[in-house]
Write a protein that binds this ligand. Structure first.
Ligand code: MEV
Length: 436
């Protein structure tokens, strides 16, 4: 076992690589050679990447793909997506093409409040604290003036500060719940900075206040942090058409398809096994746009799954209805994202994605992401209730296997016809390559 290393981050890139190679990879030269292949030839771009994180020794590439023909609120978008899952883009592009002629996606931002909390312990009477917070709400607001004035000029900032008494669930535990509007930024740094100032001011005000006994003044701030649970930062997208306009789909009539599709959605509503996978299909699209536009996909994932269980049971996020012959699907999700700040003005590919989307406001991007999630969901469930998912998956899997076995372009071109009615697995691909 290698010794504990102190000061790894201070080592040069070369020294880091030799240390890893020696201690974890039997001094293999291959390690450095692969790492070097993934460095960017453009020194400026590489230095941007080096600055984004700590201990950077190379870059990790993922495919950057495009899904065209996306009509969202009557605008035509070309969506940039980053994903490693081979069938996601093809499925999504089929879906956007399918809905293109049917009016496309309609989407709206329902609400856009983000929250953060100062979590603290207080040992005195709740009524006194409640009165005190109400009386001092304005002073607490003012304490953040230095960092909130720009955001306020743009129509955002802090909207209110409320005391939440949680002491019945956890002894002596209270929160200052602070609501924010961060306009076009995700606002994590802004929210956290405001909360830290508020918590400091809160402690000061309390210790100077004559309303509390000395023992009551000793509040203990545990932490001040934004919440990634954003049930009041909501977007909703939908698509609909007459059942007949769905057309025959993969050998079944539009009516059969519509009702089978609705059954699949209803199952996802009541069964957790299906709900999680159903939602994963939505996240295939959502995450891919979050990454291409430089947004924090972990925050969104955490928030969305909490939202999926907000009624006490984990449920699917999308709905399907058939009313008066109209087939409709919709998706409602919390999305706390940004189109300014973070890496949006730093990462060249992120800047490119935003440009491709016509430099959207955060509302526009919420509408785009939610619509993409719904389109992806439609594509997955459409395959599931018709051909089955493996057909599309296996075609992409075939390409991966062909690459793995160093197939030539000629062999790749011939493979589609050859595997039309054959099983695709490592052995069958090897057999094909031997014969062709
Ligand atoms: C695979 O990445 C996603 C699906 O499993 C989603 C679904 O089952 O709805 C196909």
């Amino acid at each position: 076992m290698p010794d504990k290393i102190i000061g790894f981050s201070k080592l040069s890139r070369d020294k880091k690589i030799s240390w890893i190679s020696k201690n974890f990879l039997d001094n293999s030269n291959e390690f450095e050679s692969i790492l070097n292949k993934y460095l960017n030839n453009d020194k400026n771009i590489q230095s941007i990447h080096n600055s984004l994180s700590e201990n950077v020794i190379s870059n990790f590439h993922l495919p950057y793909s495009i899904s065209p023909n996306f009509i969202i609120n009557n605008k035509n978008y070309c969506i940039p997506l980053v994903t490693e899952e081979s069938s996601v883009i093809a499925a999504l592009s089929n879906s956007s093409k399918f809905w293109y002629d049917k009016g496309g996606f309609k989407s709206k931002v329902v609400s856009k409040i983000k929250t953060g909390q100062v979590h603290f312990k207080y040992y005195g009477k709740p009524e006194i604290l409640e009165k005190f917070v109400k009386e001092n709400e304005h002073t607490l607001f003012e304490s953040t003036d230095r960092i909130t004035h720009k955001m306020r000029e743009r129509g955002g900032g802090i909207s209110n500060i409320k005391l939440v008494n949680k002491s019945k669930e956890l002894k002596f535990y209270y929160q200052l719940n602070v609501n924010f509007n961060t306009i076009d930024s995700m606002g994590a740094n802004f929210i956290n900075s405001c909360l830290e100032i508020i918590s400091k001011k809160f402690k000061e005000l309390l210790s100077d206040s004559p309303q509390f006994k000395e023992s009551e003044k000793k509040i203990e701030v545990i932490m001040s942090i934004l919440s990634n649970y954003t049930p009041d930062c909501i977007v909703e997208s939908s698509v609909e058409c007459k059942i007949d306009d769905l057309g025959d789909i993969d050998g079944i009539t539009s009516k059969e398809f519509a009702f089978k599709f609705k059954d699949a959605f209803d199952i996802a509503h009541i069964d957790i096994n299906r709900a999680v996978t159903h939602n994963k299909g939505i996240m295939n699209g959502v995450d891919a746009v979050l990454i291409s536009t430089g947004n924090d996909f972990r925050a969104v994932e955490a928030g969305i799954h909490a939202f999926a269980s907000s009624k006490g049971k984990y449920r699917s996020l999308s709905k399907c209805s058939i009313i008066d012959n109209i087939f409709k699907i919709s998706l409602k999700i919390p999305l706390s994202i940004g189109t300014v700040g973070g890496i949006t003005d730093i990462h060249p590919m992120v800047k490119l994605s935003l440009k491709l989307l016509k430099n959207p406001s955060s509302d526009d991007l919420m509408n785009i992401i939610c619509s993409v999630g719904l389109a992806q969901n439609f594509a997955a469930v459409k395959s599931l209730v018709t051909t089955g998912i493996q057909k599309g998956h296996m075609r992409m899997h075939l390409v991966n296997l062909l690459f793995k076995h160093n197939a030539t372009k000629d062999q790749i071109d011939k493979s589609e016809e050859y595997f039309k009615n054959k099983d695709i697995n490592s052995q069958s691909v090897k057999d094909f390559l031997d014969q062709n």
